[in-house]
Ligand binder design. Structure first.
Ligand SMILES: Nc1ncnc2c1ncn2[C@@H]1O[C@H](COP(=O)(O)OP(=O)(O)O)[C@@H](O)[C@H]1O
Ligand SMILES: [Mg+2]
Length: 143
């Protein structure tokens, strides 16, 4: 059994480096994300945001440095993959589903209890409900 670090930051990145051939994209990236917070990784196009997220999601290996997303991405990749959820910028169903339906889909894929309530709470928390309606779009059945 592999221990998850419960103290300290939820995400910890230190000295992260990544190159694609001769293109040095990440040259010593450090940051922490505190538990229970919303964190935005901002930067110009091509600055390495997606590369960083891919490393944290274990989809790409760093050349150097460490990244921990609950577990270490290099030495405990299976544990990392079991413990987080990633939603992409583009998805095949992105133009078909509403924002609420997208959240519901992910909640159901994760087998979360009461996905409809969880989605409504999240939409409220981030002020994404349409004024006066309490919902972004007509709500589909939550099954
Ligand atoms: N698989 C790849 N092979 C070669 N170059 C890549 C690859 N992925 C990204 N790059 C390059 O690395 C740089 C950083 O890309 P990326 O991490 O996608 O930046 P961002 O998400 O901040 O726009 C860009 O110059 C991009 O063209
Ligand atoms: Mg990107």
């Amino acid at each position: 059994m592999t221990a998850r670090s419960t103290a300290g930051p939820a995400i910890r990145v230190r000295g992260l480096e990544k190159s694609y051939g001769k293109l040095e994209v990440l040259r010593g990236v450090d940051f922490d994300v505190a538990p229970g917070t919303v964190f935005a990784l901002l930067g110009s196009n091509g600055s390495g945001k997606s590369t960083t997220v891919r490393i944290l999601a274990t989809l790409l290996k760093p050349d150097a440095g460490t990244a921990a997303n609950g577990f270490d991405v290099t030495t405990q990749p299976a544990n990392v993959r079991e413990s987080f959820s990633l939603t992409g910028q583009f998805a095949a169903v992105g133009d078909i589903l509403s924002g609420r339906e997208n959240l519901l889909l992910v909640a159901k894929l994760l087998h979360l209890d009461d996905p409809g309530t969880m989605v409504d709470d999240l939409l409220d928390r981030f002020s994404l409900t349409a004024p006066g309606t309490g919902a972004t779009t007509p709500a589909p059945s939550c099954g």
